[in-house]
Ligand binder design. Structure first.
Ligand code: IVH
Length: 688
């Protein structure tokens, strides 16, 4: 294997993480385990630390969650809903503590006596509850951290969530917590799903997410959901000065606070608490995937603030994944929408940490080779929180009666076309394109899926059925289905009413938003977020189509523009060009749009990037400040929109002088740059 340059590795990690983000948040259907995800993220962050020039403002290291589902009302959070950084062991936790100490300018002893609150990290989905004058007025999911989905009607069906607060309470306050489903309720729900021939949920988190994000609140009402409250978003008053007191307030207001939450008065007591909770974990009636440690004093939380997507004042200590041993029955090769051949392991069903597992991902050809997994083997599997389990190793590889090594097919199991491996990629892809029924069917399934055309009554099964019977061969056919109405009514499982209902659902989708439309096409690497970026940039379908056709030429101006869209980049631009350079794709597209109305995208009404008070300032801090450390000063300035650099140059616009400011103060004076002393700086930053 060739050695990759940091830039190449960076691009590779970014695109993997973006894809995994989309699968996890966008489809509620994770592609890899948390452990693999965290490892890739960590590598990305480390790489960016060594090569800051690679970091992009909108790159995956700066992103959380996924764009909200357009079917729900969108709500911009008053205070962003952020994420947490992770540690996995004592050493990493110690680094977290010393980072805080350095930031606050504390000595080692004072650092060790920082007070923390430890809370189980609930494996559910976070929610923001807004109370105005003590009344619950809105509930929103995290969404992409900035804009969430309005799920008020659904939250109103959960009895354990207070709808009013007893006085006194702030004029407006946002309460944050985790919505979850207990393991017992999850198992009962899955049993009901099976009885009704509905697809079971993979785990309690997915079940909770699926139950809350229902367009019909009466379905949410039938599911047992709980809430553990743990945080505060925006508030007109500060109801507590410590997290401990805040949790007490929450309890007094009628919220459930996790009973295992604990106050910790020395950082050195932390490992013992982690050990204790890890022991209790299998016996809990809900899934937890770690422990969150939060600085108790709210003033200190405020000073520490945030870096990128996560607070400096809190950290998640993640547990290792849960493991078990079972038998590998069979390796099945599935063909995806983009032709990727994906091996799936069928396992003898086994209970892993409360969830019955009968399948595991094998990722790709290399992974099977690396494991040397063969049907009949006993394998060690791992389930990390909320994902498809993985095979870690074969445990009885020595036995004599083993099956022959697994040979990965070089032909597509669905259409028998050659399956080729592109250099530098781990996947083998079917070259059958549109002639491959598996790819075509998967694309159609994607086309009607929830985040795409979202056509009620047209699920995986009916798509497969209609495809085989020749009613639906390409997306445009869906909108011509009414011409076969009478034949459809005679099909097994269908009748006049259900066909009528389906045709109505199809008619409802003859008008579709541009981002949904682009996403529905299923172009490689164009998930929800990228579809949105394209729609926002090109505004109308006609402009987008024309630009994509022009961008087929690598040297064209349109290709340059496309690659330069924030978040798109050259690799994704190439995928779009590849899609549009295939004539049959453009045909299929035009055949489809003849049936549709695609309204233009409005310009964004509120600008989330409105200028911050210090935006445009290039600042230097020099000398020692008496009320804050240099990193804290830098963080405050950056939060207000300034860029902070180390040395004074002609570009510098502002220099803050602490005690014993030396050569930099002199240089600022020579260049005629504005200087401030510490107290004027505090005033400027709104601190005094
Ligand atoms: S505090 C600004 N506390 O973990 C920090 N989060 O990985 C906000 N979570 O988005 C998070 N239990 O959905 C916090 N006791 C707890 C939690 C918790 C679960 C989730 C939450 C958050 C995610 C971050």
């Amino acid at each position: 294997m060739s050695v990759k340059s940091p830039a190449q590795r960076h691009t590779e990690l970014e695109s993997k993480i973006a894809r995994w983000n989309e699968a996890y948040h966008g489809q509620d259907n994770p592609e890899v385990s948390d452990a693999i995800y965290d490892q890739a993220r960590l590598e990305l962050v480390m790489l960016e630390r060594q090569h800051p020039e690679l970091k992009r403002k909108d790159g995956p290291s700066a992103q959380i969650g996924a764009a909200p589902n357009p079917a729900f009302g969108k709500v911009t959070h008053r205070a962003p809903m952020l994420s947490l950084d992770n540690v996995f062991n004592e050493e990493e936790f110690a680094q977290f503590i010393s980072r805080i100490g350095r930031f606050l300018g504390l000595n080692d002893q004072t650092t060790d006596s920082l007070r923390f609150v430890a809370e189980p990290k609930i494996d559910g989905l976070s929610i923001n509850l807004t109370y105005e004058k003590g009344q619950l007025t809105a509930a929103t999911t995290r969404g992409d951290g900035t804009i969430g989905e309005d799920v008020t009607a659904n939250i109103n069906t959960i009895a354990s969530i207070p709808k009013t607060l007893p006085a006194p309470y702030p004029e407006l306050i946002e309460i944050r917590g985790e919505i979850f489903m207990s393991r017992a309720d999850f198992l009962a729900l899955n049993q009901r799903q099976e009885e009704r021939k509905d697809r079971p949920f993979a785990n309690p988190r997915n079940a909770a997410a699926g139950s809350l994000r229902q367009l019909d609140p009466s379905i949410t009402a039938q599911r047992s959901l709980g809430l553990f409250a743990y945080g505060m978003g925006y508030s007109t008053d500060l109801p507590a000065t410590s997290h401990t007191a805040w949790l007490e307030t929450l309890k007094n207001w009628g919220f459930t606070v996790n009973p295992l939450s604990k106050s910790i008065s020395h950082a050195s007591d932390v490992p013992a608490y982690v050990e204790q909770l890890a022991q209790q974990r299998p016996d809990l009636d809900y899934d937890i995937d770690g422990i969150v440690f939060k600085i108790d004093e709210i003033d200190l939380q405020k000073r520490l603030g945030f870096v990128g997507r996560a607070p400096r004042w809190a950290i998640a200590w993640k547990f290792p994944a849960e493991q078990a041993i079972t038998r590998l029955l069979e390796i099945e090769i599935q063909v995806g929408r983009t032709g990727a051949l994906t091996p799936v392991a069928h396992l003898e069903p086994i209970n892993v940490g409360g969830v019955i597992v009968s399948r595991a991902t094998l990722h790709n050809e290399d992974e099977i080779k690396r494991l040397d997994a063969r049907p009949g083997d006993l394998v060690k599997i791992q389930r990390a929180g909320d994902v498809i389990p993985q095979i870690l190793s074969v445990v009885n590889a020595e036995r004599a009666d083993r099956a022959a090594p697994f040979i990965f097919p070089d032909h597509c199991p669905a259409c028998h076309a050659h399956a080729e491996r592109v250099a530098d990629e781990a996947v083998r892809r079917c070259t059958g394109g549109l002639t491959c029924p598996a790819q075509t069917v998967e694309r159609l399934i994607h086309f009607v899926s929830r985040k795409a055309f979202d056509i009620d009554g047209l699920g995986d099964k009916s798509i497969r059925n209609f495809y085989e019977l020749n009613y639906i061969r390409r997306p445009g056919d869906i909108f011509r289905l009414h011409t076969s109405k009478e034949q459809l009514q005679k099909l097994e499982g269908w009748g006049p009413q259900s066909v009528e209902k389906l045709l109505r659902a199809i008619d409802e989708r003859r008008t579709i938003s541009l981002p949904r439309f682009i996403y529905a096409l299923g172009i490689r690497r164009i998930g929800e977020r990228n579809a949105q970026l394209l729609a926002r940039h090109y505004h109308s379908f006609a402009t987008w189509r024309a630009a994509m056709l022009a961008a087929i030429q690598p040297e064209s101006e349109e290709r340059t523009t496309l690659s330069a869209i924030m978040g798109i980049g050259p690799a994704i631009a190439e995928e779009l060009a590849a899609f549009f350079s295939e004539e049959h794709n453009v045909d299929t597209l035009d055949d489809l749009t003849a049936h549709l109305t695609i309204p233009d995208e409005e310009n964004a009404t509120s600008d989330p990037n409105a200028p911050a008070p210090l935006s445009g300032q290039i600042m230097v801090f020099t000398g020692s400040l008496s009320t804050m450390s240099r990193p804290e000063a830098k963080a405050i300035a950056e939060r207000l929109g300034a860029q902070v650099t180390d040395s004074v140059s002609r570009r510098t616009t502002l220099v803050v002088l602490g005690e014993k400011a030396g050569s930099k103060a002199k240089k600022a004076e020579e260049l005629g740059i504005r200087t401030l002393d510490e107290s004027s700086w505090r005033e400027m930053a709104g601190l005094s």
